[in-house]
Design a protein around this ligand. Structure first.
Ligand code: GAL
Length: 691
């Protein structure tokens, strides 16, 4: 075991917002709080490059040296998320364009167009100058490219994007005839006879071509990646030994995050659950799991709020103990860092009401005291760094299915223009009550309620390391997926998919002869039609004699597929409607494994019973605990770190598995029963170590 193992602790640091006298105090307080890394230079472009040919690194050198002298590492931002005004003024292609044709005004961040040649050129140059300048600096331990790609500029409709989109389409489809065929442009007389006719898919009079919309979203998604890659390549060449990251949001709808996986040394997450919502910890568990699964190794929490944020409608403070609890929750799910936005709460600017590790009130504040206590406490848990969460269950996340089910512009949610795009403006769909990510979250939460860790992986990830793979609303089936699923099940895996899956191909063409399409064989069932239920509408799932270990029946809602088994057994059937008796749950033996198809949205009782059954069949440990108590296990070299977290506001009691356990945080030894205080955190390892 290496001795330099540690949990990274710190936050975004903006010394440029403060006079130099404050820097000394910052250093003093950082040491007091045991800060060991800060992110610098995230939004400092205008200060680093005051005009096209001048670079002014002097002030940053001073800060870097100071930090190095005090043993604090630097995660160095490349500053490219907020370009300077001179650049925007000088080149007329810099700003992104909204669907309405307007461009955002200067004066904020993320106003750039991701395909602007002038922006990209300037980004490459700044990255190069920074990498050359800081190459070999004692403090430099990690690069942080840009900041939260797509946060405000996820969709651009400017001429450059249009031109690049046309090029992208030419490369993909080769001929217009092929494009017309694949896009189905015979519908509504949309046929293109010249590449230049293909505009960006802006609002039209009614529903738009779904293949075009999806291709545009794919094109923009790739543009985010290629933009990142431009900086990555420059930095990598100059400082090959320094790892590179970019901080992602918890919302993965804006671009396909899996595109980054081969060019990212560490995945990092900005996570901002709402403290007013008691279920926020479930929300967070999913985001942490996504980030951990992206590279299949520990990730970093790059940002979280020390107390309140300033962008929910009402921003309540994190009550005493909550910041600590959520920090440990991140560690439990596989983070090796606890970092914050930001070190010192700003005095001026757009975010002055956002909390900081050092609040406006200074070091004698509740928040700083809690921060400092946590920073020091983390020294006790350094052994967990680099340990793994071993998941035997995976959920597939497919952005193409997501964008096909929910409009690429976000159906029923606010778009970047803060307008609601009704289905006619995006793309028509059978019901607004279905949400791709909502379904994914529903399945994730059902496993999470049983304290079973789940990885969230892309459809081209290796399935063989899992025992159960769930693909909620796998609407699109791309080439290769059928074979991957079949292979997984044949070798003994359990595969589960849901209603409205296997409906379209990669070009958004519907599979004829029964939905479930290429998955029909493995599932042994095909779907004739669907019936979305009205708001509040219910049906019931009556379990058949084929189903063991279930109650007699369960409720279901939102959607009912009308399916016909081919080789599958019907485990449950709908009780109501003209399709009463049609299967609502089927099971198909395929090779050594089984494939399940769920034709509806079952209630939570069903989810608990169904998942418990298949988890036990696959010998996966289930730990039902009192509501609001979470258990996550990280392991290394046969040693388990059992994180028991009480997200509730009252004391809870948990029966421990046989044995004696020692708490890493307090040294206390527990046996039989663990009493968990409100917001309590206990990291238990077996006292008698295995040899
Ligand atoms: C993040 C962003 C930070 C800060 C923070 C406030 O989205 O990356 O720079 O604005 O939100 O909560």
């Amino acid at each position: 075991m290496s001795d330099d193992r540690k949990i990274i602790f710190g936050g975004d640091y903006f010394p440029e917002q403060w006079p130099e006298e404050i820097w000394e105090e910052d250093l003093h307080l950082m040491k007091q709080a045991n800060v060991n890394m800060v992110s610098l230079g995230i939004f400092a472009w205008a200060l680093l490059q005051p005009d096209e040919d001048t670079f002014t690194f002097g002030w940053l050198d001073k800060v870097m040296d100071l930090l190095a002298d005090n043993g604090i590492d630097v995660c160095l931002g490349t500053s490219t998320a907020a370009q300077p005004n001179w650049l925007t003024q000088k080149y007329d292609d810099i700003l992104f364009m909204r669907e309405t044709g307007e461009r955002p005004a200067c004066g904020s961040r993320q106003t750039y167009c991701i395909n602007s040649p002038s922006y990209r050129k300037a980004v490459r140059r700044l990255a190069k100058e920074m990498a050359l300048h800081y190459k070999g600096h004692r403090a430099l331990k990690l690069w942080h490219i840009n900041n939260e790609y797509a946060n405000k500029n996820s969709m651009c409709f400017c001429k450059n994007c249009e031109k690049n989109f046309q090029k992208w389409l030419k490369k993909k489809y080769k001929t217009l005839a092929n494009l017309n065929e694949c896009w189905g442009t015979v519908f509504w007389s949309e046929k293109y006879s010249n590449w230049k006719e293909i505009n960006t898919p802006r609002a039209s009079a009614g529903g738009r071509n779904a293949t075009k919309l999806l291709d545009y979203k794919r094109f923009l998604s790739e543009s985010f990646f290629t933009l990142y890659k431009e900086e990555y390549d420059v930095i990598r060449t100059i400082t090959p030994d320094i790892p590179v990251t970019t901080n992602f949001e918890g919302d993965w709808s804006k671009f396909d995050h899996f595109l980054f996986r081969d060019n990212l040394d560490v995945a990092s997450l900005n996570f901002y659950p709402n403290p007013s919502d008691l279920n926020s910890y479930k929300w967070a568990a999913l985001r942490h799991s996504m980030m951990r699964s992206l590279l299949g190794k520990p990730f970093m929490v790059m940002e979280q709020a020390p107390s309140q944020v300033d962008w929910y409608p009402v921003n309540i403070a994190k009550h005493p103990g909550l910041m600590r609890l959520w920090s440990y929750q991140a560690l439990a799910h596989g983070s090796d860092s606890v970092m914050f936005f930001q070190w010192r709460a700003s005095k001026k600017g757009a975010e002055k009401y956002h909390s900081g590790m050092v609040p406006h009130y200074g070091e004698n504040s509740r928040v700083f005291k809690e921060i400092s206590a946590l920073g020091n406490e983390l020294k006790k848990v350094k052994d967990i760094a680099d340990s793994k969460v071993n998941s035997e269950v995976a959920i597939l996340l497919d952005n193409d299915s997501w964008w096909s089910v929910d409009s690429p512009y976000g159906r029923g949610t606010k778009s970047l223009d803060n307008e609601v795009f009704w289905s006619a403006n995006g793309q028509p769909f059978p019901t607004v009550l279905v949400s791709y990510f909502g379904e994914l979250e529903y399945y994730f939460n059902a496993f999470h309620d049983l304290n079973v860790p789940v990885d969230v992986i892309g459809i081209d990830y290796d399935l063989s390391k899992y025992k159960i793979v769930v693909a909620p609303l796998l609407h699109m089936i791309k080439p290769g997926l059928k074979e991957a699923v079949q292979d997984f099940v044949k070798k003994g895996g359990i595969f589960i998919t849901t209603y409205f899956s296997g409906v379209i191909d990669e070009f958004v063409g519907v599979f004829l002869d029964g939905y479930l399409g290429p998955l029909k064989d493995v599932l042994g069932v095909k779907v004739e039609e669907y019936n979305p239920l009205p708001p509040g509408g219910k049906n019931r799932m009556l379990m058949t004699e084929n189903a063991e270990g279930f109650r007699k029946d369960y409720g279901c809602s939102i959607w009912c597929d009308v399916a016909h088994p081919i080789t599958a057994k019907t485990l449950a059937a709908f009780t109501d409607g003209y399709y009463s008796g049609a299967p609502s749950l089927t099971e198909n033996k395929f090779g050594d494994g089984k494939a399940y198809y769920v034709a509806t949205r079952p209630d939570r009782d069903f989810m608990r019973d169904f998942l418990s059954k298949i988890l036990s069949e696959q010998n996966i440990k289930v730990s039902p605990l009192p509501e609001e108590v979470e258990l996550v296990v990280r392991s290394r070299n046969g040693e388990d770190y059992n994180f028991y977290l009480n997200h509730g506001e009252t004391e809870k009691h948990v029966k421990l598995p046989e044995g004696k356990y020692e708490d890493l945080l307090t040294g206390a030894v527990y046996e039989n029963i663990l009493h968990l205080a409100k917001y309590g955190v206990y990291i238990l390892r077996t006292k008698e170590r295995k040899s």
